[in-house]
Design a protein around this ligand. Structure first.
Ligand code: TEU
Ligand code: CA
Length: 549
């Protein structure tokens, strides 16, 4: 590697706002850090770890729901949108946490869950106490059953977690829940519902929240009359448009209302969790709608270079065409951690494999190596990166959780055909030799950690230049200095399973997802995920950042 060109300095310019190229770190509150030793992560723990997050170099945090909740779906069953669950802390602590994060130069996104409430929410309790046809019931989707005696569900919709999307009450009526029975869907036809959520946004914006990740952003509006799902549509699959409950055009009216609320404040942002067809995603990013949306195609394609070569440039094009920036995510609290997905042969469905799959297929070392390479890929691309807690440690999935400890409603609702998502939600290891690996002063965290999680602990990795944590720290620092000043990217063709591109500053990223070494373009080595190139060749499962001649 020879030659030297000066890096162009970062100049964000006045029109550039922070979220366009942020690194956002996702905190799954219950599993991040436990401040009081009761086995559940909390605000005290999060606050104590702010220096760690600042040193890592992230720009913002996305906090999974912290609201009062019976926790029947990990807090995505919200009982009160204007408070904090007592197990997590108090509202005053949340405000103090937001302020402390700001002092560390870190912004904070909260999680908005508008499709459904918990069955413990005041509105749903009032609906249960009220009569069929009442205004209280009209805030949700209550309906009479079908069949001669109404004993069949009103339609054929199914829950994302398995089973019918309807539950029957003693008085004979049914209510709709696209997720768990404990998560009744709200009726977004009502102005009252819209006004309520706009007010919730203001409530948190007034307390300093910098934006929201919006849960199941594509499911709010349902077709009038709640018709059956019929071919070509399928349940839980948004399809090409006009699906009875997914990705309906009416949903965009709701979004515009939220955007007006956000725009009344300075510099706030909204990011959509909308699992829609990639070609429909730009509609969510119009200038009066979301600022950004998650790009799940990148996550789903995963370690398949020949496909990423197409999907990555298209994601860039789609986002930039509507004035947004692309986003990159490899893991979150709903997915098998990618260090484990990448450790399995690409044809294996990792989620299914968790339940009784052949353990010999797993190559943990390969998973770590690829996770490191993929980190350099996503952190070099233009746009924002959403990291999931533990990903900076190459933390693998907890693959051996005994079924007795599973908490995800998917396990029961799927009739035990999937283990669900608990394996990616196991508490983070901070200290290799402490109780619960330093998660908290407890031997009994809410989910058990694998016996060997200490190998990945923060204290083991910190200061070790070969660790995945230090790789992330260096990559984030280099990114901040050289990769966020503009959104330019030119894709290079270096082979069938190779993703390669040059950024405006002159930084070139190459990742080899194939099986043969790749000839690198000339340039000075800035960062390598593995041992770095030999004789100008990049090995399979490795990535580098070069400074082009
Ligand atoms: O997930 C929405 C979603 O699309 C799910 O179908 C997801 O793909 C599924 O959980 C995978 O098994 C969001 C949240 O991220 C998730 O944690 C919640 O359970 C869900 O909404 C309901 O609020
Ligand atoms: Ca706690």
């Amino acid at each position: 590697m020879t030659g030297h060109t000066d890096l162009r300095p970062t100049d964000p310019g006045p029109a550039t706002t922070w979220w366009r190229h942020a690194v956002v770190y996702q905190i799954y509150v219950r599993s991040f850090a436990d401040g009081n030793g009761d086995g559940i992560g909390d605000l005290a723990g999060m606050t104590s770890r702010l220096p760690y997050l600042r040193d890592l170099g992230v720009d913002a945090l996305w906090i999974n729901p912290w609201y009062p909740s019976p926790l029947l779906d990990g807090g995505y069953d919200v009982a009160d949108y204007r408070d904090v669950d007592p197990r997590i802390g108090t509202l005053a602590q949340a405000e103090a946490f937001i302020a402390a994060a700001h002092e560390h130069g870190i912004r904070v996104l909260a999680d908005l869950v508008p499709n459904h409430t918990s069955w413990d929410h005041d509105w749903f309790r009032a609906a249960l106490a009220a009569a069929p046809g009442s205004p209280e019931r009209n805030r949700y989707h209550f309906a009479d059953g079908s069949g001669p005696d109404g004993s069949l569900p009103p339609n054929n919709w199914t829950s994302f977690f398995g089973g019918p999307a309807w539950t029957r009450l003693d008085d004979g009526q049914w209510y709709l829940h696209l997720f768990d029975t404990s998560q009744p869907d709200l009726n977004w036809e009502l102005d009252e519902v819209r006004a309520e959520f706009e007010d919730v946004l203001r409530f948190w914006f007034d307390r300093g929240i910098d934006g929201f990740r919006v849960d199941v952003a594509h499911a709010l509006r349902k077709a009038p009359g709640l018709p059956d799902v019929e071919p070509p549509f399928r349940n839980s699959d948004p399809g090409p448009g006009n699906h009875p409950y997914l990705d309906r055009d009416e949903v965009h009216e709701v979004i515009r209302g939220w955007r007006r609320v956000a725009d009344a404040y300075d510099d706030r942002m909204l990011v959509a969790e909308a699992s829609v067809h990639p070609e429909r995603l730009p509609d969510y990013l119009r200038s009066d709608e979301y600022h950004q949306a998650f790009n799940f195609e990148f996550l789903e394609v995963g370690w398949r270079g020949w496909r990423q070569r197409d999907t990555i440039p298209r994601a860039v094009e789609r986002a930039t065409a509507v004035g947004s920036t692309p986003t990159w995510t490899l893991s979150n609290h709903d997915q098998v951690r990618h260090a484990t997905r990448f450790a399995l042969p690409s044809e294996v469905d990792a989620k299914r494999w968790l339940l009784g799959g052949d353990r010999r297929w797993l190559d943990e070392g390969l998973g770590v190596r690829r996770a490191r390479a993929a980190a350099l890929l996503q952190l070099a691309l233009p746009g924002s990166v959403y990291l999931y807690q533990g990903e900076e440690l190459a933390l693998p999935e907890a693959t051996e959780l005994p079924v007795e400890v599973l908490q995800d409603p998917e396990w029961e609702r799927s009739d035990h055909t999937t283990k669900g998502r608990d394996g990616c939600r196991v508490p983070v290891p901070w200290v290799a030799t402490a109780p619960s690996f330093g998660f908290g002063d407890t031997d009994d965290p809410w989910l058990p950690q694998p016996a060997d999680y200490g190998r990945y602990a923060v204290d083991v990795q910190a200061g070790d230049p070969t660790s995945t944590l230090e790789l992330h720290r260096r990559a984030l620092a280099l990114r901040r200095a050289h990769l966020t000043g503009d959104e330019e990217v030119d894709f290079l063709d270096l082979g069938r399973a190779v993703v390669a591109f040059r950024r405006g500053s002159g930084v070139v990223c190459v990742i080899n997802m194939g099986t043969r070494p790749v000839v690198l373009p000339p340039g000075r080595l800035l960062l390598a995920s593995g041992d770095g190139p030999t004789d100008g060749l990049l090995s399979p499962d490795d990535a580098v950042w070069l400074l082009a001649d």
